[in-house]
Design a protein around this ligand. Structure first.
Ligand code: FES
Length: 160
């Protein structure tokens, strides 16, 4: 990442929002829209340009689930941990994704391919446990199917 460009981006975003109420959150939204996450360098720059303590910025970033502090993976894996999915074995699916991909919840694999995130109810509880990978919905997923799901996405990726 070129820091000068990021700094310039932050300057433009701050300029746009600086006189509006609740500008910090709008600036953070804007930066995440541009980069897919809020890089630490951007937070430092926002802190300087908005004259807000860095701790305040991280308070906001960590309070809202929406904000990401890491670059997103090429493929987002969302495992639903809502009540229905939880009761139908979602925790075991999470363990299997973590084991196979060597990645923690909320993190991206070292190759940048997969990002594992936990979500609360995808709105199709009758199909529990539900996961989505790169916007494709998988229902009634069993732990034994996780490896195939990853392999399928990896194949799709290799074909592109
Ligand atoms: S609890 Fe998982 S889809 Fe509703």
């Amino acid at each position: 990442m070129v820091i000068e460009t990021l700094s310039e981006d932050v300057r433009k975003v701050v300029e746009h929002w600086k006189d509006k109420r609740g500008n910090l959150i709008m600036v953070l939204h804007d930066i995440q829209d541009r980069y897919g996450y809020v890089p630490r360098e951007a937070s430092l720059e926002i802190s300087r340009q908005l004259d807000q303590p860095l701790a305040r910025i991280y308070e906001v970033l960590t309070f809202y689930n929406y904000f990401k502090l890491q670059p997103p993976g090429k493929y987002n894996i969302s495992v639903c941990l809502g009540t229905a999915c939880y009761l139908k074995g979602a925790p075991s699916l999470i363990d299997e994704f973590k084991r196979i991909l060597h990645v923690e919840e909320g993190k991206t694999t070292k190759d940048g391919l997969f990002h594992l995130q936990i979500v609360r109810c995808l709105g199709c509880c009758g199909l529990a446990p539900v996961i989505t990978v790169a916007h494709k919905v998988y229902s009634a997923v069993k732990r034994s199917e996780v490896a195939d799901i990853i392999a399928e996405q990896t194949r799709v990726h290799a074909d592109k």
